[in-house]
Design a binder for this molecule. Structure first.
Ligand SMILES: [Zn+2]
Length: 329
């Protein structure tokens, strides 16, 4: 993904808040940046960290990009920048990582300025790690700023949330994102991409770059095939378990939500997938509403299980067999 430097257009109001912290020298010691995936939370966190560490900020208080501190950050060797992330994909942030952090925080920062700790994704702090981490928040060291980044603040303990200043990023207005997607030279249908990405610009861009619309349409074809009893749910699950699960579950949930909307004759413009509306409308006539609600519940449960070590084949089999049986009524 290639992105221009500088504050992203939809971050302007959030940057204004962060900038005020710098201008008034009232930087919170713990900041929680939350919002859906694809809104650029990490980029904002890192831009703020870079600005706090920079020796010669620009007039609008962003990092200059070429002072000694900025160069050390770019090289990933700044002694006062600490990043805490899971050691591998699919893993949590365990107590070992927090135990490594605690002695570092007990010391003064190396330089005269701030020391920044960025924890991402913060919802992956397991219970033991979260409890150990609370100590950092309760006894903040001088000049230390802890930035937590999360797509799921609801999974963080209330004891952590209550000690943080919160910055919630919400999906930006469609017109702004459409203009930005045009600047990024995205040619695929912006409205469909944004619906698929639930309004998140970076996710829409990623979908465009990965040609996810074709994949989504292929999956929808298989999904419809199961409803028509033409495809075997176990065979389709075998294909789907190899695909990225999080977007796929979002897409399935949006198809089911649109089927429920069809049942209530909701207008096409309010559909998550307006392009699929004629097919969904037709299909809905053969389906039972109670069964659709039950399937929606199954999907919500599946989404909560995504971060656990689950068997994806089994996960999709449960969903697709449920769906197959709905079509059989
Ligand atoms: Zn600088």
């Amino acid at each position: 993904m290639t992105l221009a430097l500088g504050v992203l257009p939809w971050h302007a109001p959030y940057w204004a808040v962060l900038q005020q912290y710098i201008v008034h020298k009232r930087v919170p010691q713990a900041l929680l940046i939350s919002g859906n995936p694809g809104l650029g939370k990490q980029q904002l966190a890192l831009q703020f960290a870079a600005a706090l560490l920079c020796d010669h900020r620009t007039p609008d208080d962003q990092a200059c990009g070429h002072c000694n501190s900025c160069l050390l950050q770019k090289a990933g060797t700044h002694p006062d920048f600490i990043s805490v992330q899971p050691e591998a994909e699919g893993k949590g942030i365990g107590i070992d990582l927090i135990r490594l952090l605690l002695p570092k925080l007990a010391l003064k920062p190396h330089g005269e300025g701030f020391r920044i700790v960025v924890i991402r994704p913060a919802e992956l702090l397991n219970n033991a790690a979260a409890n150990a981490f609370l100590k950092c928040l309760e006894e903040p060291n001088e000049r230390t700023v802890i930035i937590l980044v999360t797509a799921n603040a609801g999974r963080l303990p209330a004891t952590i949330i209550s000690r943080c200043q919160q910055l919630k990023i919400i999906p930006p207005p469609r017109a702004l994102v459409t203009e930005w997607l045009i600047q990024q030279q995205v040619r695929a249908d912006h409205a469909i991409l944004l619906n698929m990405a639930q309004g998140s610009p970076l996710l829409a861009l990623q979908y465009a770059e990965e040609n996810s619309l074709a994949l989504r349409n292929q999956c929808f074809g298989e999904w419809m095939g199961i409803a028509r009893q033409q495809c075997n749910p176990v065979t389709v699950a075998e294909h789907w378990q190899k695909l990225p699960s999080a977007p796929l579950l979002n897409w399935i949930s949006s198809w089911v939500a649109d089927l429920i909307k069809s049942y209530y004759s909701v207008q096409r413009t309010h559909f998550y997938n307006p392009d699929l509306q004629p097919l969904l409308q037709e299909l809905q006539k053969q389906l039972d509403l109670t069964g659709l609600f039950a399937l929606y519940d199954v999907l919500l449960t599946a989404q909560k299980q995504l971060h656990t070590q689950l068997n994806k084949q089994l996960l999709f089999e449960v969903i697709l067999i449920h769906w197959f049986n709905l079509g059989d009524t």
